[in-house]
Design a binder for this molecule. Structure first.
Ligand code: PMP
Length: 433
């Protein structure tokens, strides 16, 4: 069992200088670990404890921490270049070529630094193109911290239909123009389009809502969204900040065979280095004012920085040249299969959800189809289980309905060690329950 005295001491110090001692709200969880080292599939805290990491910093680490090929390419790039503020770098051209080659909807692409920036740009572009103001999003999906999408980001189960802001200080107009629909419910989406005819600029969706674990789109759902957007003259935005590059080098749109008008990407595109992208049909992308005559503002001091672009090129090269997806899909199946077997054997009611390298175990008796179904998950058990795994050196976010991610650095042995720890924890919890 792990002890964390040095982490706890440093956390007290962190709180003196920053509100809550963390730099992203969701990081404020117990135990308050201070991390000092990361390598491959493992992270280490200030007390020297080692953890097999499945939190993967919310998803970027598709290859693993401090991947030598990616880090090497970044260091090499920094030996000759960094950031210019005018013109274009060779790295930006090379990366744009790769993304437009692999991602079906990406006829053109622009780089920024975070997923939130990417979704902001995609939504504003949609509003400029359609002249409409309203945005459809789905309960349980997360698209960033800004006013355009913050509504209902972490709402209670029954908050659909209420005027629930995601944050104090938001602009009323942004809240009022964000309509919330139910994932996997095409009728609900169609009714929303019908009631707001001519007023919807875009529909934004995580093709798999991974922000609440792993809810798979039912057959025909994404294609149905494509059709509705076409029929009602709205742009379809796939927010592939999590799914992009993680599930396929072409994103989940390639897996699903559904091509959106615009796509946002981040996280796994650069294996943990800060870069994100907005991509889409050329006729839409040309409205950005990076193009002479374009009238939709696009800017950022650090856009296209050598660190992010070099890291992303190297990450995509790894996917082009090595069996990255084959490996993480195989390990994902091994984890899910092993877990189902353990849960069956122990007689614990649970649903093991997942796709490829991502999985979670909901403690409920059926497959969730949308966010509200997750109220049946035993949240207390879910969080307690994750906290106990941390004590045994398995790091998963100790919060309700969070997903886990496997990377290319994880081995069969890591999965088997994890299953062993899970079995011990579940057995213990079942006996006490
Ligand atoms: N979209 C999705 C689907 C996300 O999961 C996230 C972040 N978790 C974002 C957008 C926002 O990205 P960032 O945190 O890089 O701003």
């Amino acid at each position: 069992m792990k002890n964390y005295p040095e982490s706890l001491r440093l956390y007290e110090e962190a709180k003196l200088y920053s509100p809550g001692g963390v730099h992203t709200s969701i990081r404020n969880v117990e135990p308050h670990l201070i991390f000092t080292r990361a390598e491959g599939a493992y992270v280490y805290d200030a007390d020297g404890n080692r953890y097999i990491d499945y939190q993967a910093a919310f998803g970027p680490f598709i290859l693993g921490h401090n991947h030598p090929y990616v880090n090497g390419k970044v260091i090499e790039a920094l030996g000759r270049t960094d950031l210019f503020g005018v013109g274009t770098t060779d790295l930006e051209i090379e990366l744009a070529k790769k993304i437009t080659k692999h991602v079906p909807s990406a006829e053109q692409v622009l780089f920024c630094n975070s997923g939130s920036e990417a979704t902001y740009h995609a939504i504003r572009l949609s509003r400029a193109i359609t002249g409409a103001k309203k945005l459809i999003k789905f309960q349980g999906c997360y698209h960033g911290w800004h006013d355009y999408v913050a509504r209902n980001m972490l709402s209670a189960w029954d908050k659909i239909g209420t005027r629930d802001p995601g944050s104090a200080g938001m602009m009323d107009e942004a809240i009022d123009n964000t309509l919330i629909c139910t994932f996997n419910d095409l009728e609900n989406v169609e009714e929303t389009f019908r009631q707001n005819k001519g007023e919807i600029a875009a529909l934004i969706v995580e093709p798999i809502p991974h922000n609440v674990g792993c809810i798979l789109p039912q057959p025909g759902f994404l294609a149905g969204l494509r059709q509705l957007c076409t029929d009602y003259g709205a742009l379809l935005i796939f927010d592939e900040v999590i799914t992009g590059f993680r599930h396929d080098i072409g994103g989940f749109q390639k897996v699903a065979g559904v091509t959106p008008d615009l796509t946002t990407m981040g996280k796994a595109m650069a294996n943990g280095f800060p870069i994100a992208a907005v991509a889409g049909k050329k006729r839409y992308m040309q409205r950005f004012n990076t193009q002479p005559g374009g009238d939709v503002w696009f800017a950022g001091t650090y856009n296209g920085h050598a660190v992010g672009t070099a890291a992303s090129i190297a990450t995509i090269e790894m996917m082009e040249n090595e069996p990255v997806h084959e490996h993480v899909f195989r390990l994902g199946d091994r984890m899910r299969g092993g877990l189902r077997e353990i849960l069956d054997r122990l007689g614990i009611e649970a649903y093991v959800a997942g796709f490829g390298s991502v999985w979670t175990t909901y403690f409920m008796g059926f497959e969730p189809k949308h966010y509200a179904d997750l109220q049946h998950n035993d949240a207390e058990f879910y969080v307690a289980y994750r906290k106990k795994l941390i004590e045994r050196g398995i790091f998963k976010m100790p919060m309700n309905i969070k997903r886990n991610s496997i990377g290319y650095s994880h081995t069969e042995q890591d999965i088997d060690d994890t299953l062993e720890a899970m079995e011990a924890v579940l057995k213990d919890m079942k006996n006490k329950h």
